[in-house]
Design a protein around this ligand. Structure first.
Ligand SMILES: *Cc1c(COP(=O)(O)O)cnc(C)c1O
Ligand code: SF4
Length: 344
């Protein structure tokens, strides 16, 4: 979590407030490759490379999420999303540091305005889990972490553009911020009459479902703004009973629940896994929203799925599932008016 967020956290007011369970779980996350190898009984021959790769982008995984991984299996699909690998050190042609050219859309500190009617706020710099394929692994977060007062420019920007009806809280993971901070940010946004929707993009409800507590539900659902939560899950094994219960709480509070996934080699690059993911999501009251292709970021080339294979997987999904359980298959092309659908 960044310094500015700490500056507004309740403890700084001199009050001794005990940490929420989710905050303690974050502090207790696994960050040392040695410990991960120990807990999951992994073959130590991969340890040196894991340490090396974790120097470029640290290992981070909540303990409860690690319990969903199969011990002794280096190819476990949840493990493969977080395990630092030697392959990340390879330099690949056509893979860049900022493939989406997000700097061009950076209209105010912490604000990205790429698409009509909606803006995205980068609320925090860090995540509860570090996904090895993430396009944000090289993002220049240091310029994008305003304190609450620092949001004024972004708020002014939204205020002067009456076409903006939706504000998206993203990151990093916006739900790493304390609820008090988020509530105040929410209050600034909901004071702008033309904003109607508040959307949160977060992987926390999946990797740390206890984050969906009363405090969060209170400010998010008792709002003039219609609440939307877009989770990020890539594999059916991620949808645990705890996740299902967290989603039920959100549903009872009237939150619209959607999910986005990334198509990843060795993790979900087959129709059976993705079919099961859609079914598990729906059983947890979440509708599949997007299936993204991998963004071409340095150090992630080993996750890429060939176009021909992606096409055949998607055709199987269309055949296997009712239309409402087929995520839109999209890619992101710099300069386009939206995410770009992949057509056949
Ligand atoms: C993906 C994205 C959005 C949201 O796009 P939707 O198609 O509405 O989900 C908004 N802003 C930015 C900068 C994005 O990258
Ligand atoms: S932004 Fe999302 S995909 Fe990237 S590391 Fe954080 S949780 Fe993972």
């Amino acid at each position: 979590m960044n310094k500015q967020l700490h500056a507004v956290s309740p403890t700084d007011n001199g009050l001794l407030i005990t940490k929420s369970a989710w905050q303690q779980a974050l502090i207790d996350a696994i960050t040392e490759p040695e410990e991960l190898f120990e807990i999951l009984k992994l073959d130590k021959q991969h340890l040196d490379k894991a340490k090396l790769a974790s120097q470029l982008f640290p290992l981070r995984v909540p303990r409860s999420f690690a319990t969903l991984m199969q011990a002794g299996n280096i190819n476990d699909p949840l493990l493969q999303q977080i395990l630092p690998l030697g392959a990340e050190l390879n330099i690949s042609n056509n893979y860049q540091q900022d493939p989406l050219d997000e700097t061009a859309a950076n209209k105010a500190p912490g604000l990205l305005h790429k698409y009509k009617n909606r803006v995205l706020l980068i609320v925090t710099s860090s995540c509860a889990i570090n996904c090895r394929y993430c396009f944000r692994r090289h993002f220049a977060y240091d310029d994008n972490n305003p304190s609450l007062a620092g949001w004024q420019q972004a708020i002014d920007y939204i205020q002067q553009d009456e076409e903006i009806t939706e504000v998206i809280l993203s990151g990093g993971d916006p739900l790493l911020a304390p609820d008090r901070y988020l509530q105040q940010l929410h209050d600034m946004i909901s004071a702008i009459p033309h904003v109607k929707l508040l959307r949160i993009h977060s992987r926390l409800p999946i990797v740390l479902p206890e984050r969906i507590n009363e405090e969060f539900l209170n400010w998010f659902s008792n709002s003039r703004l219609k609440p939307v939560l877009v989770t990020h899950s890539n594999h059916p094994n991620e949808i645990s009973e705890d996740v299902r219960q967290a989603m039920q709480r959100l549903k009872h509070h009237g939150v619209t629940l959607l999910n986005q996934s990334v198509l990843l080699r060795g993790i979900n690059d087959d129709a059976i896994t993705l079919t099961k993911l859609s079914q598990r999501l729906f059983a947890a009251d979440i509708l599949p929203y997007y299936l993204h292709t991998l963004d071409k970021v340095q150090g992630t080339a080993h996750f890429a799925v060939k176009d021909s294979q992606a096409t055949s997987i998607y055709q199987s999904l269309l055949a296997n599932l009712p239309g409402y359980l087929v995520p839109r298959f999209v890619t992101e092309i710099a300069g386009q008016a939206s995410k770009s659908p992949i057509f056949f």
